[in-house]
Design a protein around this ligand. Structure first.
Ligand code: HEM
Length: 441
């Protein structure tokens, strides 16, 4: 347990002035939450408090106390209670939203499914999706119109995650499918509900929520298909060991409920799609904004790939040092997860502040990272026992896509394009990003 001496209580902390009853709720927009909190950290210092309705929230913007809390899980800290209840109510409750013993069991399977050996054995999946992505970008380049590259990256990451974690080839890259639009609506819904001052959805369902709930219902139908296929494969080859996360859940001795299997399939899709796709989208924005960076990435890709369009094996994918460094720096500056939601399970003290059990805490991972040059203290993928198990997959698939992009296309921003904005919807996306692509020979 954290045992430092407390010098301040919650009441002693600085913070923005709010209104009686509403607190600071009226100063916050759900889709710009991270920007407002970072602005308040500048104004009030790295540890401050604000309120949404009657709920006081303590914000930490320094790497050390955030790291300390993350490392105290699962016994000292948990994710916000609302994360579990909202995910559970929406039927997407899995390893991300679980706690305690439930989390431990699911975590083991997730880590095994996403471990480096497994990924390298199945690199062919990443390669095939990179080749498809190349085809899709080629068509966009020939059309010559401003192009929504973030959607293409979303299809790319959804296809890889589904194929690797469930053995199911969605092929949203090449097939007309609405699955991706459905996926895109779910995390913003989660975000609205978690940060709501009260459970508004018990009283009224706004149109945005209704659309997201319809999407969730469609996703459940699609997920039932993956599970049906996996059960079919297991029945046909009963002696073979599980080949992926879904088969491990279906074959595990300690059986998983249908709700847990569903929840985890959706959790993996949601965790694996947005984060990596947004990071790739921001990287393409940096490329489009910096001809010098683009030249470095192109030269590296041409030197390694020659006339080939993409990396055909994991050893080649590992050679793109500049692409890797660009991705890591992008993930640091344009963090897909700029807010980490924590809650102490006992009364405790962090950063000299007394935190009673159940206090809502937010860690500003990007803001805190600005002073965390040491990679061990960086927070873009979290830290401690709940560190992102998909980090290596994210970096491998992103490297493969970025090397392909840099080798085959020049990326630019359309003339007079509106400014690209950071938007928060549980993950942080590049809102309004459109690029022009030109094929390289
Ligand atoms: C650039 C890409 C990604 C970023 C920035 C990212 C970031 C994060 C962060 C910050 C967390 C919370 C960690 C913590 O609480 O300490 C997390 C958790 C998680 N991520 Fe990722 N992630 C990425 C890609 C992926 C991918 C590709 C997958 C899987 C396909 C994935 C699966 C998960 C899961 C299952 C959890 C929950 C772990 C747990 O609660 O034990 N992530 N990720």
């Amino acid at each position: 347990m954290l045992t430092e001496a407390a010098t301040r209580t919650l009441a002693d902390l600085p913070g923005p002035r709010g209104l009686p009853g509403a607190g600071n709720a009226l100063q916050l927009k759900a889709d710009r939450l991270h920007l407002k909190l970072e602005e308040w950290a500048q104004a009030h210092g790295p540890i401050f408090r604000f309120a949404i309705g009657r709920r006081t929230i303590v914000v930490f913007g320094e790497a050390d106390p955030i790291n300390a809390m993350l490392r105290e899980r699962p016994d000292g800290f948990r994710r916000w209670t609302e994360i579990e209840s909202v995910f559970r109510e929406l039927g997407i409750h899995g390893v991300f939203s679980s706690e305690g013993a439930d989390w431990k069991r699911q975590r083991r399977l997730a880590v095994t499914a996403l471990n480096t050996d497994h990924l390298r054995r199945y690199y062919e999946i990443i390669r095939a999706c990179t080749e498809r992505l190349h085809g899709v970008l080629e068509t966009a380049a020939r059309a010559g119109e401003p192009y929504d590259i973030q959607s293409a990256f979303m299809a790319y990451t959804a296809d890889i995650t589904a194929w690797l974690a469930f053995g199911y080839d969605l092929n949203t890259l090449e097939r007309e499918t609405e699955l991706q639009q459905h996926l895109e609506r779910v995390l913003p819904l989660v975000s609205r509900r978690i940060s709501a001052p009260f459970p508004y959805w018990r009283i009224v369902t706004p149109p945005k929520d209704r659309a997201a709930l319809r999407s969730l219902a469609e996703l459940r139908v699609a997920v039932a298909q993956f599970i049906g296929q996996a059960r079919g494969r297991i029945a046909a080859h009963p002696d073979e060991p599980p080949r992926n996360f879904l088969e491990s859940m279906l074959l595990a001795e300690e059986s998983y409920t249908d709700e847990e299997v569903f929840g985890n399939v959706l959790t993996m899709l949601l965790a694996g799609e947005d984060t990596t796709a947004h990071s790739l989208a921001w990287t393409s924005w940096y490329m489009a904004s910096s001809p010098a960076l683009q030249e470095i990435l192109f030269t590296e890709a041409r030197d390694i790939l020659g006339q080939d369009t993409h990396a055909r094996d994991p050893q080649t994918a590992d050679r793109f040092e500049h692409a890797d460094a660009t991705l890591r720096e992008t993930i640091r500056m344009k963090s897909a997860a700029p807010l980490l939601f924590l809650e102490p399970l006992h009364d405790t003290t962090v950063g000299g502040v007394e935190l009673p059990k159940g206090t809502h805490v937010i860690g500003l991972s990007r803001y805190a990272e600005a002073d965390a040059a040491d990679e061990k203290r960086q927070l873009a993928f979290g830290a401690g026992p709940r560190f992102c198990p998909g980090r290596n997959l994210a970096l491998l698939e992103a490297r493969s896509a970025l090397a392909m992009l840099a080798r085959n296309f020049e990326v630019s921003l359309p003339p007079n394009a509106p400014e690209v904005e950071e938007r928060f919807g549980f993950t942080m996306s590049a809102h309004g990003l459109k690029v022009l692509l030109r094929e390289r020979r």
